[in-house]
Design a protein around this ligand. Structure first.
Ligand SMILES: CC(C)(COP(=O)(O)OP(=O)(O)OC[C@H]1O[C@@H](n2cnc3c(N)ncnc32)[C@H](O)[C@@H]1OP(=O)(O)O)[C@@H](O)C(=O)NCCC(=O)NCCS
Length: 166
């Protein structure tokens, strides 16, 4: 059994000028995050705004921002959310970058910021689920489950649609 610690993990390369990542919840643009998750994401279609608001309030969130001119207001262009007890375990989810800002290293910066967040250091296990971005996370030490038979899940795939109808 290899008991060596994981860190330090791959860090993200520097971002292009005008881009930054922040963990300040006050900067988050909730309508933008909801619009992406509900209308563009493959994993949370139709998620209600109140569910997004509550998920963000109860998570560690990272935002990627773009300042189109020096001194101008930073506009949110990316997001990542971590659900965690902040002691033993974390689940990384809701990672996205708006199409115009992709290919600039923002998702790598978001994942690096999540893994390096001071409240999320020293955790025994991180998990995530992804359809096709395995290589993005592999560079940060994520691997396919070593013992997949031990994993179970309980998923209600229709819940957001029903909540919207209620
Ligand atoms: C996936 C996504 C977040 C990547 O964001 P990004 O800021 O453009 O990515 P980066 O510039 O940081 O580069 C990501 C790296 O991971 C790789 N990668 C692996 N899977 C990928 C995928 N499905 N989409 C984009 N890049 C992917 C890229 O090739 C790139 O590798 P490189 O550094 O060797 O060039 C973005 O394309 C996105 O929002 N997609 C739609 C939502 C989504 O699929 N989110 C992930 C859910 S798990």
């Amino acid at each position: 059994m290899n008991a060596a610690p994981l860190g330090p993990l791959s860090s993200a390369p520097p971002l292009p000028p005008g881009y930054l990542v922040s963990a300040d919840p006050a900067w988050l643009d909730l309508p933008l995050i909801h619009a992406y998750l509900a209308r563009e994401s493959y994993w949370a279609p139709s998620i209600p705004p109140e569910t997004v608001r509550r998920s963000i309030a109860n998570s560690v969130c990272l935002g990627a921002y773009h300042q189109s001119m020096p001194g101008g207001p930073p506009r949110q262009v990316g997001f990542a959310r971590v659900i965690s007890d902040r002691a033993t375990f974390a689940y990384l989810c809701d990672v996205f970058v708006l199409p115009d800002h992709r290919g600039k290293g923002l998702s790598k910066a978001l994942v690096a910021a999540a893994l390096g967040h001071p409240e999320l250091l020293g955790l025994r296990r991180w998990m995530l689920v992804t359809k096709d971005a395995q290589s993005l996370y592999a560079r940060f030490g994520f691997v396919k489950p070593v013992e997949p038979d031990r994993y179970m899940e309980r998923v209600d795939r229709d819940i957001y649609r029903r909540q919207n109808q209620a």
